[in-house]
Design a protein around this ligand. Sequence first.
Ligand SMILES: N[C@@H](CCC(=O)N[C@@H](CS)C(=O)NCC(=O)O)C(=O)O
Length: 206
Amino acid sequence: MIHLYAAPTTNGIRAKVTLEECGLGYKLHNVDMKAGEHKTPEYLAMNPMGMTPVIIDEEGPGGEKITIPQSIGIMFYLAEKVGKFIPTDPVVRAAFWNPMMNATTDIGPTYGAISFIGRMPEPHSPTKMAFLARLRDNYKVWDKFLTYQDFCAGEDITICDFALIGIHLRTTVLMPEALQGLPNLARWAEMMKKRPTIQKGINFDA
Ligand SMILES: N[C@@H](CCC(=O)N[C@@H](CS)C(=O)NCC(=O)O)C(=O)O
């Protein structure tokens, strides 16, 4: 059994979506971040950084229990466990890193910065707008990528799609202006949302 400790944030969604897509059984532990459940001693024992998500796989490598924080590490761990969603062909794999890293280390933190500024008592509007412009510039490039390929890293679905869908979903809710007029990106998101695994993955009520 795999235990997922997460909230319906960009990083939590990508972990839950990956579990669903990998077809692995798991138990969701919703973390109430407003109540500070990610800062309790019990939670900090799983992830001293006090951040979500975390998984615990009771049947990890060698049959041993393993605890894994960090959404990107979780996606790689799960995909490798089932042998899917990471390209194996050397050429495709080399090309995979650019979209994968953009989704996880460029777009993700840029979205995170805007969200963080928005939660401050006195949000600094010029800084927020600068990050918003940067986010939109990144999404514009994605819109071009998706004119000539079905999925984020090429013709096959990968963990890159799972990484981006959560950020895209949260962007549509919190900062839809960043996504206006990007039809290929919108088409990709609609296609992703039709997958039953994605529908289950983004649902934190079940
Ligand atoms: N690099 C980490 C970032 C995790 C992260 O920022 N999680 C947010 C929720 S999406 C969080 O727990 N924030 C709580 C805090 O900053 O105290 C990952 O990818 O898992």
